[in-house]
Design a binder for this molecule. Structure first.
Ligand code: ATP
Ligand code: MG
Length: 562
């Protein structure tokens, strides 16, 4: 006997689905597992989908199985090719590759149709003439059983004839449906003769106008899974009540494969929303710049913001898989991104709210320089020269005229070290007519390059840039999109009422030349400021520098909420 495949990842967190998979491999029920990720191309994927992607593709990877990417394209009215393309890009960007070609539920339309005829022939499906309102009335409630439709007893021949004529386009939209004949008295409403086909004249992104009847999701999904040889069909908890229907369909058609549906809880991420419909609303109302706005919890948005695939995968691993509520604070996601960038992003200096410093004892026209490593723990990242000249930029809030107790940064008469360079003393603050400090006059202590000043301690270290060597940059400071943990839980207010008015501030700052010349999507730590990413679309190396703040250096929200 060969040993069953076991997880290859180093820090696997065991969960109940892994246990099922491992048992199935051990018992020989399956020699290899096969999962699938089945998005509907009706919007961009969000962080909740990332959880599902990491689960499905991750299991396949860990147990040397396969994972399909299958579009659930059974609702032609809402689906678009743009979404389907963005979804494929997202899966790949997260670091996964699907098995073979992309699949589409629409690839199976003919087979789904044939299985429907099989159900009719077996007396297990019938054409109904009730309209939607009547059907609702007949369906009953949670407390009361439903009633049989007056058309339920149609003969097989009549049903076949009507179903074929539905397909041929003889009836108007909504006038007839095909229903599975199960049990109108079932306590599970999903089993009260669910509709499995409807008439809808809508142009489909793949099949065009070839069909005017479309199979319903529950009917399509289980058959698509079975046709692809899926072993474990993983979905979110709201489908638990649909499982009996999933099984019923597969039990009553001629298909050898019967995947096991297993449900897990959806991710709910606080301070954002995970509903495609609501995200679409933000886009359509122009409240964000698009699906890939860096404030959006979409995979496209997180990517543009500067989040890393490894950070998102780690987040998915940490939040785990279970059947109990999966409400997770945004700080958990931010923490995973921060940890990844902490070790992977080179460090450079940038100034986002610049204040001019003139070094009065530094000769005009001269340049000094000192080399500095890109990362203290990673000498292999290399070094660059950090130039210094007479005029500098420092961060405006690193200077205070009337400093609070314990201030270690600059104030008139005080000293501070310039990171990688000299200790400077502030001799005077120059103000404009309005009394605003616009420039500092400072002097360097020439004996402090690479050594401590003699006879006194200088505790503060600030970041800075040589004005003539720095390159201007547009810096986009992003913050959370919502001000409350659960924007869509309030009964009285629409979620839009909780949009954070300060979720974006655009400032003109300065960066090291090296950073300005980097490729789009390069990530850096700007020392003392946070992690930033060169904008995927607007940053033009050597021409226009645009950086997005991915995440701060520490969790500022946690502090504020204490
Ligand atoms: P939405 O409600 O945002 O439209 P959906 O479930 O309708 O999401 P699908 O495209 O049908 O979107 O989802 C594809 C897969 O991703 C499904 O298996 C679904 O269960 C899973 N999924 C969607 N949202 C979440 C979530 N928040 N957490 C975990 N998995 C999710
Ligand atoms: Mg859906």
């Amino acid at each position: 006997m060969t040993t069953p495949p076991s997880p290859t990842a180093s820090a696997v967190i065991l969960h109940f689905i892994r246990t099922i998979v491992e048992d199935d491999l051990k018992s020989g029920k399956h020699a290899q597992i096969q999962t699938r990720f089945p998005p509907e191309p009706n919007g961009y994927l969000h962080v909740g989908h990332a959880k599902s992607i990491c689960l499905n593709f991750g299991l396949a990877q860990d147990y040397r199985g396969l994972c399909n990417l299958r579009f659930d394209d059974t609702n032609p009215a809402k689906e678009e090719t743009e979404y389907a393309e963005a979804i494929q890009e997202d899966v790949r960007w997260l670091g996964f590759e699907w098995n073979g070609e992309v699949r589409w539920a629409s690839d199976y339309f003919q087979r789904l149709y044939d299985f429907a005829e099989e159900l009719i022939a077996k007396g297990l499906a019938y054409v109904d003439d009730l309209n939607a309102d009547e059907m609702r009335d007949y369906r009953g409630t949670l407390k009361e059983p439903g009633r049989n439709s007056p058309h339920r007893a149609r003969s097989v021949a009549e049903n076949l004839d009507l179903f074929r004529r539905m397909k041929a386009g003889e009836f108007a939209d909504g006038t007839r449906t095909l229903r599975a004949k199960i049990d109108m008295a079932s306590p599970n409403i999903n089993l009260r003769d669910p509709v499995i086909y409807r008439i809808k004249r809508a142009h489909h992104i793949r099949t065009g106008d070839a069909w005017c009847i479309y199979p319903m999701y529950d009917y399509t999904h289980c058959i698509s899974d079975a046709l692809e040889g899926i072993t474990h069909s993983l979905c979110t908890l709201e489908f638990a009540d649909h499982r009996p229907l999933y099984d019923w369909v597969l039990d009553h058609i001629s298909i050898p494969c019967h995947p096991r549906q297993i449900e897990f809880s959806r991710l709910e991420l606080l301070y954002t929303i995970t509903s495609k419909r609501k995200l679409l609303q933000l886009v359509n109302q122009g409240l964000v710049a698009g699906w890939d706005d860096p404030r959006m919890p979409t995979i496209h948005g997180m990517r543009r913001r500067g989040y890393t695939p490894a950070g998102i995968r780690e987040f998915a691993r940490r939040i785990g898989i279970s059947k109990s509520e999966n409400v997770v604070d945004m700080s958990v996601l931010e923490g995973c991104i921060r940890e990844d960038l902490e070790s992977s992003a080179p460090r450079v200096m940038a100034v986002v709210r610049p204040l001019k410093v003139v070094l009065s004892n530094f000769v005009a026209g001269e340049t000094g320089s000192r080399s500095a490593g890109f990362h203290p723990q990673h000498p292999e990242f290399g070094e660059r020269e950090v130039p210094i000249a007479r005029e500098l930029w420092i961060e405006a809030d690193d200077f205070s005229e009337v400093p609070p107790p314990g201030w270690q940064r600059l104030t008139v008469g005080g000293e501070v070290r310039l990171r990688y360079s000299y200790v400077i003393r502030c001799d005077a603050a120059i103000k404009d007519a309005a009394g605003q400090v616009v420039e500092l006059r400072c002097s360097i202590d020439p004996a402090t390059l690479g050594q401590n000043p003699v006879g006194r301690k200088v505790k503060g270290v600030i970041h800075w840039l040589s004005a003539e060597h720095a390159v201007p940059a547009e810096i986009r400071l992003y913050d959370r999109l919502f001000t409350v943990p659960r924007p869509d839980a309030d009964k009285e207010h629409d979620f839009l009422a909780f949009l954070n008015p300060h979720s974006l501030a655009v400032v003109q700052g300065w960066v090291e030349a090296r950073a300005a010349a980097c490729a789009p999507e390069t990530r850096y730590q700007f020392e003392r400021l946070g992690y930033f990413c060169a904008d995927r679309f607007d940053h033009q190396p050597g021409n226009k520098a645009v950086f997005n703040r991915a995440v701060g250096l520490k969790d500022t929200w946690a502090k504020e909420s204490v």
